[in-house]
Ligand binder design. Structure first.
Ligand code: TRP
Length: 512
């Protein structure tokens, strides 16, 4: 046998408590996917019927893969790829299995290049709302706290803010840079010295803000319509009472298959699966910690946050007679219009964007940590801080291209017109034109992560010996272990392959 391809110096650094680990993992999982994607996808695809379907996907496919990633990290006690190499080596198996982690690292690296651009937009809006609020207080005194957001501006002014930001490269790049610098700063301090210190403050703050927004929405929003949009159990397509939105029933999604991509794709993205994050975090988990219980806690909290975000958003959107939109428009335009009309809308609008920023920071540090931990092991002489800074610089530069790709095409900058991937149907928008760089990278990671998850499921279920997985996971009973094993060997691979085939072949070619 030749030299080992991985370092044998295992990590001895452990999270200082069980809750610190859970908060870090929840911090990674809870992100923009929960805040703006889940509520909208659920409302659009059958409401309560979708929520039920989604929960089934999380339990049958998300959770088993989550357990697998965590036990691989805890067993290997190294960064994600090296943990896999070490386990594969001990089992006498191929080092190619480490591709689950290489793909995951590539995927999380790409995600961070655009996640931080979007986080930059959030910071820009916090600055705008914050300064507007401060000005209001300077003029009207503290009574201004009861104002709506941008109280003296017209609706058109407000709707124009996102467009104005997206045609201002300097502003986008500066905020993107600040966000990356912040993430690098936290990761450079190490797992317990940086990441853990950040999450134990940020996550409780996140939950306080979220609950405040939920109470506000239930108290002053249109509860009935908001909750019906999110939870109304719609199996058939429906036209809403005033005829302005058509929502698809669950059956429609089942018939054309779109529901599978929507629910399982969302479950994967939302739980941060397939991105080497959970095995990296899992490598610092104590052997004393109950792994299945922690996995359940992560999945429950992540799903609840998506649902609570919907309860915080839709009642106020409907209260103002607006129609729910998807993607950036929901957050950066529709919600602002809703917060304008609400008493104390400026304060709660500010809360909402702070909430989103916290969610983005705790996800970004996990994305940066995966590659940082790996490079740190590759070059033992290197300082973690140095690795984090170098990675941050590369991400900053690629992120600039992502920011520029959002400029209006008339401005004619290389990155907003260069779209060679547009010949592939998968990377075209609804009207057949090429996606811009940011959407292309996002669509690309929507494929990379499930493929990495598929390799993980096969590795954990078929390659790792039962003695190792049984011992490392430590289920309360053999019956639970057998249930997990059945899911990871059969249900997960079949489910993930279905999503990939649907997303890569059926949706772009057959449905377009
Ligand atoms: N889970 C995050 C969200 O819901 C996004 C995400 C996907 C992610 N994969 C990740 C975050 C890996 C951190 C690590 O927004």
């Amino acid at each position: 046998m030749g030299a080992k391809a991985y370092s044998e110096k295992e990590t001895t650094e452990e999270w200082s408590s069980k809750i610190a680990f859970v908060l870090a993992a929840v911090g990674s999982a809870v992100g923009l996917g929960n805040l703006w994607r889940f509520p909208y996808v659920a409302g659009e695809n059958g409401g309560g019927a979708f929520v039920v379907f989604y929960v089934i996907c999380v339990v049958l496919i998300g959770l088993p893969v989550l357990v697998a990633e965590l036990f691989i990290g805890r067993r290997g006690r190294l960064s994600s790829a090296n943990s896999v190499l070490r386990i594969a080596d001990a089992e006498g198996r191929s080092s190619l299995w480490a591709w689950q982690s290489y793909l995951g690292m590539i995927g999380s690296f790409i995600i961070l290049t655009f996640y931080s651009v979007i986080a930059g937009w959030i910071m820009a809006f916090i600055a705008m709302i914050g300064s507007d609020l401060v000005q209001g207080i300077a003029i009207d005194g503290f009574g201004a706290l009861m104002n709506g957001v941008f109280a003296d501006q017209t609706r058109d002014d407000i709707s124009a803010k996102l467009g104005a930001l997206l045609s201002d490269p300097k502003r986008m790049i500066i905020y993107h840079g600040i966000f990356i610098a912040l993430s690098v700063f936290i990761v450079a301090q190490g797992v317990t010295g940086g990441i853990e210190k950040a999450v134990v403050w940020l996550m409780p703050a996140f939950f306080v803000l979220l609950l405040a927004l939920v109470v506000f929405a239930l108290y002053s929003g249109d509860r009935a319509r908001g909750l019906d949009f999110l939870f109304g159990f719609r199996l058939q397509d429906q036209i809403s009472p005033n005829g302005d939105i058509t929502t698809r029933g669950l059956f429609t999604g089942l018939k054309d298959g779109s529901i599978i991509g929507a629910a399982l794709g969302q479950a994967f993205f939302s739980l941060s699966l397939g991105s080497a994050v959970l095995s990296t975090y899992g490598s610092h988990m104590s052997r004393e910690q109950d792994l299945p219980e922690s996995s359940g806690a992560i999945a429950i909290v992540d799903t609840s946050v998506g649902i609570l975000a919907g309860i915080a958003i839709f009642p106020i959107v409907f209260q103002m007679g607006l129609a729910p939109a998807g993607g950036p428009t929901l957050m950066f335009s529709t919600l602002l219009l809703a917060f304008q009309g609400m008493p104390a809308g400026a304060v709660f609008g500010l809360f909402f964007f702070l909430l989103a920023l916290v969610a983005a920071v705790t996800s970004a540090i996990s994305l940066l940590e995966t590659a940082t931990a790996w490079f740190e092991e590759k070059r033992p002489g290197r300082q973690r801080g140095w690795v984090a800074v170098m990675l941050g610089l590369i991400i900053f530069v690629i992120g600039i291209a992502n920011a520029l790709s959002q400029l209006p095409t008339e401005t004619d900058v290389f990155f907003n017109t260069w779209r060679p991937w547009g010949i592939i149907p998968l990377f075209q928008t609804g009207d057949g034109s090429a996606m811009e760089l940011l959407s292309f990278l996002s669509a690309l990671t929507d494929i990379i992560l499930p493929v990495a998850g598929l390799i993980t499921a096969i590795f954990a279920g078929w390659i790792v010996s039962t003695a190792v997985s049984r011992e490392e996971i430590g289920f309360a009973s053999e019956a639970w272990y057998q249930r997990w094993r059945f899911l990871i060997r059969w249900v997960c691979p079949v489910g993930i392959v279905t999503v990939i085939v649907y997303g890569v072949v059926i949706a772009p070619f057959l449905l377009s």
